[in-house]
Write a protein that binds this ligand. Sequence first.
Ligand code: G6P
Length: 610
Amino acid sequence: MCGIVGYVGHRDCLPILIEGLKRLEYRGYDSAGVALHGDGALQVVKAAGKIRQLEAKLLEHPVKGRFGIAHTRWATHGEPNDTNAHPHTDEARQVALVHNGIIENFATLKSALIAEGHVFTTDTDTEVLAHLIEKYLKRGSKLERAVGAALRDVEGTYGLVVMCATEPGVLVGARNGSPMVLGIADGEYYLASDVAAIIEHTRQVIYLDDGEMAVLSPDGFHTATISHELVEKAVHDVDWDLSQIEKSGYEHFMLKEIMEQPDAVRNASRGRILLEEGLARLGGLNLNDEQLRDIRRIIILGCGTSWHAGLIGEYMLEEFARIPVEVEYASEFRYRNPVLDEGTLVLVISQSGETIDTLAAMREARRRGARVLGVVNVVGSTIARESDGGVYIHAGPEIGVASTKAFTSQVTVLALLTLLLGRVRGLSRDYGIEIARELHALPGKIEKALQARDAVRRIAELYGRHDNFIYLGRGFHFPVALEGALKLKEISYIHAEGYPAAEMKHGPIALIDENMPVVFICTRDSAYEKVMSNMMEVRARKGRIIAVATEGDHEVQTRADHVLYVPATIPMLQPILSVIPLQLLAYDIAVARGCDVDQPRNLAKSVTVE
Ligand code: G6P
């Protein structure tokens, strides 16, 4: 959601903090700020807006120091203005801190602190932490102890980093429900909410767990619980590098990530397809064949695009593994009273591995005794670490807020899982081989699907000024219709609805006239004729039709105003190809409308608040 970076070392830290913030800006971009320890005091500069606004302010108010913290914010409590931006301080500016998450009991804590004479200046929940820590410092505690004491008073979630005026060079980081990673370099130490902020400087990291703190100084670091019991933590080696989080000549991360999909899908299935046997190998599931056969029901949980991938998974798993599947919004699942038994497998899908609703739903499922597998992109993320097993999608870092390559990689992994489960539950070897071959051929076919770019651009020019769109598909393509509509609304702010094509007659058809572009996904599969009939219904009402169709299908041209072609594959994998022109369409329309593609308004890449 928001982004945090902190530094302790021998270099002037402002450029390091600003660079780190820029790498985190995709996480939140309402306001930003820094606090540095220099000239014996804490110097704080904050600004509403993007990091460039903070940079401009820093030119007027230069700060210097070797220890500092920084934050980029996605507002929860308090509007995004200069005052509410982080870092937050107490009134005497003895403590400065940056915080991701929500302090749920902030109102109670705030009243008690006001009664004790503290003066608050912001509308945020975070400010109570600064006052609380200062209160414990005043009682004679060192910063580490004061932070521990304050956190034991707090209910809610946090990933935070704190510094104080009286202990130059000491940074205390802590986590509860919001990620915090410690980076180790030569005589330099970092704290960040995301590895991306520090990957330029080190690949050696420690992931804090909930209820843990890291205490950094120029001489070293230690890790402990917030009750001050020392904890030994493993040092991990990050397996990607800076080039993967740079734009590499592309205008936007989203376009780069769309174009990376042949490689992303190749990586998602690398070493996992057994072509000769028509099988899939997924090492991290921690389930043997007998346990796979014993699964009686699957519940898939996710949010946003990950939920759409889950819907495609439902169709695949039911058809080929013959297991009943339900797909639920994680946010709804956790507040119901779901029925789970030991025959239920819960599959949790999340690109970031940190989405709070998904994480909470997963914890609830585990608490009720279900076995939970994660389908996650970010290695070492909380969902990956807390699940009983799982499959990394290996899509590489995804920076664009609108998810693209993670979606196609998630669907690829769900197809591998379908193949694996299907084969132990009676799917024929011959069909297994066909699925395996088609999976293997996907990257080349995605390359071809990406060639629709020029045709997409022309359509974007024609329809970019429309205010509404409808997306229609059936079977495996109903979730693709939802995903196409989501992409468009996320980044171009056009109202778009995805619907099952046949369901259109029960409502959306009333919206159709000559001003309504309707995107049909109508590749050659068992629903083709039916979808073509739905197209006629739209045409009869003068709707403008954009069709995504199978290469070589000329019939569709007689019904649609525009056709975008994708190569053919087996129906269960077709969504991975048919979503590509829809991603490009959303991208090109957003660019044509002058929208901020990588950082669309009000959204955040990883939603770590409920
Ligand atoms: C946010 C992002 C979406 C993403 C969703 C779920 O809303 O903007 O792109 O699909 O969160 O995120 P996850 O990381 O759990 O897949």
